[in-house]
Design a protein around this ligand. Structure first.
Ligand code: GRG
Length: 297
């Protein structure tokens, strides 16, 4: 039960779905039990209490389910909402679980690609158990996500979430560009950000709507909401990479610029200070060039 907040107190969206979020962690651990114990412990590494991350995606999805499952008279009349049941909510919780498994798989692989040492305030899985097990644990999470997805028996939802895995890979590949034109283009940044971050959130929001039997029009609205929220989320994440500390981020700060990745804060600074273009084109292999760029931000 959630107490009604005092009008002046900000609403805590996480509190609204707190019970389901704690169930989610238990479910995720039980969904990644493997034949080989080493694989189970690698796969559940980020599902343990205290290292589950912000749980932004499952929170958004569960709130989306609450919003979309509310019966509205027109819909009830059309018969589309007859299955407002615990079963529907359980299927939507399954989308939250699948989304979190895909997300964590991408984090595991990302940390291998970036040779990162920390994640969620503890050693990254590659740092603690090695690159090989981190890659395999990511593969395993994707496999279990596929099995859960198939159990929903909804081909549109399967196709949607399978495509979003391709988008994650596409976004990550786009991020590796060394082409000058692409590195300085806001359009390229936004397209990459859609693939890398917003696609998973938007597609899973749409899946929540589709499972509830909503029309293509409503499902598209859910998708657009998730897309915009995902883009905004990544913009904030990119700013925090410059302004945050290792303690507040749970991972190293200034990671993007040190990996030569040009994000929104740098693109905006380039608009204001044209001389930054040349600095960005030199790349950031030389730490002295990182310091030069930081002076403009
Ligand atoms: C294996 C699915 C898969 C993909 C491989 C490595 C890769 C391709 C994609 C990486 C995509 C990636 C890491 C995008 C960044 C998304 C992002 C904003 C991550 C941080 O999300 P938070 O802040 O993290 O929600 P927590 O830890 O709170 O869950």
């Amino acid at each position: 039960k959630v107490e009604k907040p005092h009008p002046k107190e900000p609403l805590d969206p996480f509190a609204l779905v707190a019970d389901e979020l704690s169930m989610l962690a238990d479910r995720l651990r039980s969904m990644v039990v493997a034949e080989v114990p080493k694989l189970s412990s690698a796969a559940e590494y980020f599902f343990k209490v205290g290292v589950e991350g912000k749980r932004f995606r499952p929170t958004v999805l569960l709130l989306m389910a609450s919003a979309l499952n509310m019966p509205i008279p027109e819909a009830a009349a059309s018969g589309a909402y007859n299955n407002f049941s615990k079963d529907l909510r359980a299927r939507q919780q399954c989308i939250a679980e699948i989304t979190e498994m895909i997300h964590v798989a991408s984090l595991l692989h990302d940390d291998v690609l970036d040779d990162a040492n920390t994640r969620r305030g503890i050693g990254s899985l590659n740092f603690v158990m090695g690159n090989k097990l981190a890659v395999l644990a990511g593969d395993f999470l994707l496999s279990r996500a596929c099995v859960a997805l198939a159990s929903l028996k909804n081909t549109e939802v399967v196709s949607l979430l399978a495509t979003t895995v391709e988008h994650l890979v596409t976004g990550e590949t786009m991020q590796m560009t060394t082409k000058s034109e692409q590195r300085r283009s806001m359009d390229y940044y936004l397209q990459k950000t859609y693939y890398k971050t917003a696609s998973l959130i938007s597609s899973s929001c749409k899946a929540i709507a589709l499972l509830a039997g909503h029309t293509a029009e409503v499902s598209k609205l859910a998708y657009d909401y998730g897309r915009n929220l995902g883009l905004a989320f990544q913009l904030v994440d990119d700013i925090l990479d410059f302004t945050g500390t290792s303690a507040s981020l749970g991972k190293g700060s200034l990671s993007d610029i040190r990996h030569g990745i040009v994000t929104a804060p740098m693109l905006f600074a380039m608009e204001e200070f044209p001389e930054l273009h040349e600095v960005v084109d030199r790349g950031f292999d030389d730490p002295a060039n990182v310091d030069v760029a930081l002076e403009y931000l």
